[in-house]
Design a binder for this molecule. Structure first.
Ligand code: AMP
Length: 129
């Protein structure tokens, strides 16, 4: 069965898109740790990041790097944190999280955003990419 992220890639489920290229997609996490929390995914559905071939892994990192640079310009924060977990969605994704404090990288801390805030944030980041 297709992962929820493959459904997003295929346009079957909506997302707040931040960036896209031939092989990758970046969109806002729907239950963010902090404003601007973004997921970068390969379009190829692979569960575990270290099961990717090395070239695809490095391409995902290069894509995430570009998104992180834009994110840091848009969201006031001390730095962008990066995390890979994947226990909830079995489709490789890199979490990029604007950090103000250590708790922002903990997945117990969640931020409530309105649809308008999601839309505005995604558009601002996308405008730099
Ligand atoms: P994990 O697999 O533990 O790395 O976490 C999966 C992440 O995907 C969580 O932070 C969820 O909030 C996020 N997520 C799940 N479904 C969606 C969705 N439809 N759109 C955006 N983010 C999602």
């Amino acid at each position: 069965m297709a992962s929820i992220f493959t459904k997003i890639i295929n346009g079957e489920i909506p997302c707040y898109k931040v960036a896209e290229d031939e092989k990758h997609l970046a969109f806002l996490d729907i239950n963010p740790n902090a404003k601007g929390h973004t997921l970068c995914i390969p379009k190829q559905e692979i569960d575990k990041i270290f099961d990717m071939d090395k070239e695809s892994y490095l391409e995902l990192m290069a894509f995430s790097y570009k998104v992180a640079q834009a994110l840091e310009k848009v969201i006031p924060c001390k730095r962008i944190g990066m995390s890979v977990i994947g226990l909830e969605v079995p489709h490789t994704h890199v979490h990029l999280i604007p950090l103000q404090e250590m708790n922002d990288i903990r997945f117990e801390k969640k931020t409530q955003l309105t649809a308008e805030e999601f839309k505005e944030t995604a558009e601002k980041i996308a405008s730099l990419l």
